[in-house]
Ligand binder design. Sequence first.
Ligand code: SF4
Length: 305
Amino acid sequence: MKIGIPRALLYYRYDTLWKTFFRELGIETVLSPVTDKTILDEGSLYSIDENCLSSKLFFGHIAALEGRCDAVFVPRIANYGKDGILCSRFEALYDMAVNTFRDKDLHFVTCDIDLQQKKSEQKAYTALAMELGKTKAEAYKAYETAKSAAAESQQKKIQAQQQLLDKDGIKILIVGHSYNLYDEYIGKPIIKNLHDLNAVPLLADAVDLKQARQDYTSICRDVPWIMNRELVGAIAQYHDAVDGIILITAFPCGPDSMLNEMIIRRIKDRPILNLLLDSQDGNAGIETRLESFVDIIRFRKEAAI
Ligand code: SF4
């Protein structure tokens, strides 16, 4: 049995958890290739116009797995409890994938997380493993091992970022969902561009996520979506250590557009650049804006000396 994992959306949050979980179960996984123009075009073909860029990419990555695996893993995550909702796309994704690719040679497996319906993460992964022919004990052990590996990986990410804080240079916090920041086609070029401009990019997902989910209230009190709380919490944690903030949003993301507006209104003592990513070819416009942004920060710092 070979499970396909689309290299998009929640993969960038749960990659260690998923890879360790399947490996512990003795199940081989295959990742879709890194994003390129073909994957974006395919994703756009399978999506309605109203889909955000990130979910268009997701569908492109599913299409890229056709013929390369026995089943594609698409989790359904409705919520993490009454006070922990996610963007509604994460609840709908599995049904959308099954329906969109119904005429293709693609099968899907899921895990159904919905704490409001008493379906915990642990129960969901155990049920998935048992559906794949494993015993309850094997499932439980694989899940526990995967959770520990994921926690360790997050800790390493935080430690690596702490070392960047000691570096000289203009430090810029990039605030965006990990699936946008780490995507080779839409997010990574921005990070590379900042390096080329001799700035030090810091990423908003390198935080203690639990702590960030508490810290967000110092900036905005009402943030319904759990992942957006983490992003705002990251700003609260890194605010004093950075010279500027870049907000990255995939068009047309409802949660981010509302939150970004609030962040811009509340944070007045740091320059903020708001970048909206769409399906554009090339990054020339973005590069110019990044260069101006870094120049402005540099001039302000020099003027303050
Ligand atoms: S939060 Fe925004 S970018 Fe993420 S899946 Fe939802 S609409 Fe798309």
